[in-house]
Write a protein that binds this ligand. Structure first.
Ligand code: PLP
Length: 400
């Protein structure tokens, strides 16, 4: 039998993929499964963006692109950050990556070696743990419970930092909780970080434009520019512009770090699809009006889903200010039994029983390192979402 490299053994595939696969299998059996397990906008990429990619291909922009990204795109990203956060960023501070995910991979592989600790406030996107373990690092989860709005508290951060801490990951608005962080919240974290100059921060701002009810996006660098020589800010077009398949993201950071991350990228991929970059440039520099309409739609769904879930016995759902997820607690269902005889001992049991017995696919909180919760993606048409809530209600009401 082939002996694979140790990094394969210690890197589990995200449970989001596993749940989606089980849902697909049930669907193939003819079951009407409502899948709320994937974090992907249900809107199309805006037509002008698709047209720009087509035009670029016809113009011959089909050769190997520059390693760090095409200049106009790097400049547009730098300009966007400067405009939104009031902090001057230059094109050469930007690395264009294959989706936000490769940005995370590049930074983690550039920085993290065997035994290095990475602080991950939980709940957190499973991709972080996966990447840190792949690099040989040690994920250190800091629980940020629902009672604290799922937001990292400065005392908890201070307690988690050791001499081996190399990196802190921040993600607001958050996947899976949708939580945002205030300026004051970030300022308090920055104050802690000033005492630990050996700690880098990766601020994953991929949901930065999906905000509700006038909520504002704040990023660590905007609040604490004095930390700029150890902060990397990451974003991309996947969520904002419904461009998950184009695989375009970026990171912005100090020159030396961008250079190191570029070495990782050069080793893995030789850069990013030229046509995709043309599309991303069109997205960033083209009309933005469509976005308000889509955000309003996500907000309407959030309101409907939170209201419906909070009527269901055993569930308690916070009201997130961003992204397209809700992350209700299922604590009140633990220890109960389904009509088919499954005992709900954990959120894993809850998610699997819900899929098998009510045909709704969600993801268990354990996949995000905070239990007992489930993540529901609201990136689905409202009638379907409401039907899913009805099924969840029927499922929970039938527990004994
Ligand atoms: N960061 C977070 C928090 C995410 O939820 C995701 C995707 O689900 C990513 C990064 C990766 O984004 P991309 O699809 O651009 O690689």
């Amino acid at each position: 039998m082939t002996e694979y490299a140790a990094r394969i053994g210690r890197t589990a595939l995200a449970a989001t993929f596993a749940m989606a696969a089980r849902a697909r299998a049930l669907r193939a059996e003819g079951k009407d499964v409502i899948s709320l397990s994937l974090g992907e906008p249900d809107f199309p990429t805006p037509a002008p963006v698709v047209e720009a990619a087509h035009a670029a291909a016809l113009r011959g922009e089909t050769k190997y692109p520059p390693l760090g990204g095409i200049e106009p795109l790097r400049a547009a990203i730098a300009e966007k950050f400067t405009r939104e956060h009031g902090l001057p960023v230059r094109a050469q501070d930007v690395l264009v990556t294959n989706g936000g995910k490769q940005g995370i991979f590049n930074i983690v592989m550039a920085l993290i070696g065997a035994g290095d600790e990475v602080i991950i406030p939980a709940p957190a996107w499973a991709g972080y743990e996966q990447t840190v373990k792949f690099a040989g690092g040690v994920p250190v989860f800091v629980p940020c419970p629902q009672a604290q709005g799922f937001v990292l508290q400065p005392e908890a951060l201070a307690q988690a930092i050791t001499g081996r801490t190399k990196l802190l990951l921040l993600n607001y608005p958050s996947n899976p909780s949708g939580a945002t962080i205030s300026r004051e919240g970030l300022a308090a974290l920055a104050e802690v970080l000033r005492h630990y100059p050996h700690v880098w921060v990766l601020s994953d701002d991929i949901y930065e434009h999906l905000l509700f009810g006038g909520a504002q996006h704040h990023t660590l660098l905007g609040v604490a520019p004095d930390l700029r020589d150890r902060v990397v800010t990451l974003s991309g077009v996947s969520k904002t512009y419904a461009m998950t398949g184009w695989r375009i993201g970026w990171c912005i950071g100090p020159a030396e770090m961008i250079k190191a991350a570029t070495v990782v990228q050069a080793t893995a991929t030789s850069g990013v699809s030229s046509v995709g970059q043309a599309a991303a440039l069109a997205a960033l520099t083209g009309p933005q009006e469509f976005l308000a309409e889509r955000v309003a739609s996500y907000e309407e769904r959030r309101d409907a889903v939170v209201a419906a879930l909070n009527q269901i016995p055993g569930l308690s759902c916070h009201r997130p200010e961003g992204a397209f997820y809700v992350f209700p607690s299922i604590a009140g269902c633990l220890g109960k039994t389904t009509p088919a005889g499954r005992v709900i001992g954990s959120d894993d049991d809850f998610a699997m029983a819900l899929l098998e017995e009510a045909q709704v696919a969600v993801v268990q909180g354990s996949a995000f390192a905070l239990s007992p919760h489930i993540r529901i993606s609201t990136a689905t048409a409202l009638p379907r979402l409401l039907e899913a809530c009805q099924r969840i209600s029927g499922f929970c009401n039938a527990l004994r």
